[in-house]
Design a protein around this ligand. Structure first.
Ligand SMILES: [Fe+2]
Length: 395
């Protein structure tokens, strides 16, 4: 999308911008705390309707910046007087220009989102999930703009990062600050909705990279097999592996010290995984049913489910965490309560949401077959994740 470069324009004319920046970190905290905010999104309406910032306290309008080139008078009446107003665009340039124009009209409490929606897509917010019984800790890294969830598990100064996203420096710095060494990275399955950082993080830290064998047949680089019966030890903690096919053939769930169940993209808080992204929907639908209705049923309901994605912002808890007891999900996750097998098959194979943007190329990247440039990778990942069958209202 073409966009103004307001920042450059300001620099060239030495005119300081009248509005302040708000970072993705600051905005995330406001959203987690359900603060009331007003967002003026100035991207084009296609980009806006495809993907936008979500939050329970957010009021939002979309007015493309090119409709305001001649002035912002037409929207002044739509802006609140007693609320923070955040102007958002793709990369930040247009939002600075529009926010400056609004400031000149006397609008106050104005901010622009630093780095725009690209920064929003990449932001990772660490939230502590809990302590491990043998002295370790577990953190969830919430990619709030896209819905991806990565995990950092540390025990006795050793760490494993599970389903890490592409921006791996965040995990490296996190481990470094805590004086821990990353010894393993794990992908619970071959991801199709986002570019995995598992291989890169392993290479940069000397860690071992694990991926399920059944998802690795086309992988072009060295890996360790993630397979049931071969647990992984991290410090004093045990990462137990259980096969949970359905979303993909190889999808594998992890149990950390018997307390936490990482379900990958098999089971979410409000939905269940979709079986169609590897092109084998019919075949995998039966496996998905077995995983959800038999395999998980046999596990302790006391375990805390930690999925690899969230679908809507309503799945975030009070501290921003995405986590629920397995027993509770069996009670109210609609996808776990479809008694009729035929109906289940139909729901998980028909009327699915659109497939994630660039999902076939993303699979090729995660297999090591293609390596687009950094900028191309950013562009490919823009947009929401779509690993769930649907929201609960559609099941
Ligand atoms: Fe997935």
């Amino acid at each position: 999308m073409g966009e103004w470069t307001g920042k450059t324009a300001s620099k060239q004319t030495n005119v300081p911008t009248a509005c302040q920046a708000i970072t993705s970190t600051e905005l995330t905290k406001k959203i987690i705390n359900k603060k009331s905010l007003f967002i003026l999104d100035v991207r084009n309406s296609n980009d806006y309707s495809e993907w936008k910032i979500e939050g329970e306290g957010i009021e939002m309008i979309n007015v493309p910046y090119y409709d305001m080139l001649d002035g912002v008078d037409s929207i002044l009446g739509e802006l609140p007087k007693d609320q923070e107003i955040i102007v958002v665009c793709a990369k930040e340039g247009s939002s600075i220009v529009i926010a400056d124009m609004l400031a000149q009209k006397g609008v106050t409490n104005l901010y622009y989102l630093k780095g725009g929606m690209i920064a929003w897509s990449e932001h990772l917010e660490p939230v502590k999930i809990g302590d491990l019984q043998n002295g370790g800790e577990i953190f969830q890294f919430i990619r709030i703009g896209k819905g991806c969830l990565s995990y950092y598990v540390e025990s006795a100064r050793e760490a494993v990062v599970i389903d890490p996203i592409r921006t791996t420096k965040v995990f490296e710095q996190f481990a470094k600050q805590r004086g821990a060494k990353i010894v393993a990275t794990i992908d619970t399955h071959l991801h199709a909705d986002h570019i995995s950082g598992g291989r890169m993080l392993a290479e940069r830290t000397g860690a071992a990279y694990y991926i399920p064998e059944r998802d690795a047949s086309d992988i072009t680089f060295a890996y360790h097999k993630l397979e049931e019966g071969h647990d992984i030890t991290i410090g004093c903690s045990k990462v137990e592996t259980i096969s949970s096919p359905g979303h993909t053939s190889g999808s594998t769930s992890l149990i950390i010290d018997g307390q936490f169940l990482m379900t990958g993209d098999s089971l979410f808080i409000e939905s269940i995984g979709r079986p169609d992204l590897a092109g084998k929907a019919e075949e995998l639908a039966g496996d998905l049913r077995t995983t959800l209705y038999q395999r998980y049923q046999q596990l302790s309901g006391e375990m805390i489910v930690l999925p690899a994605h969230f679908g809507t912002i309503s799945e975030l808890g009070k501290r921003g965490e995405v986590a629920k007891r397995l027993e509770d999900l069996f009670t109210w996750n609609t996808g776990l309560n479809i008694q009729d097998e035929q109906e289940f098959q139909k729901i998980v194979t028909e009327n699915l949401p659109p497939q994630p943007n660039h999902y076939q190329e993303i699979r090729l990247i995660n297999q090591g077959k293609i390596t687009p440039s950094f900028d191309e990778q950013i562009e490919m990942e823009i947009g929401p994740n779509r690993c769930a069958v649907a929201g609960p209202e559609n099941i």
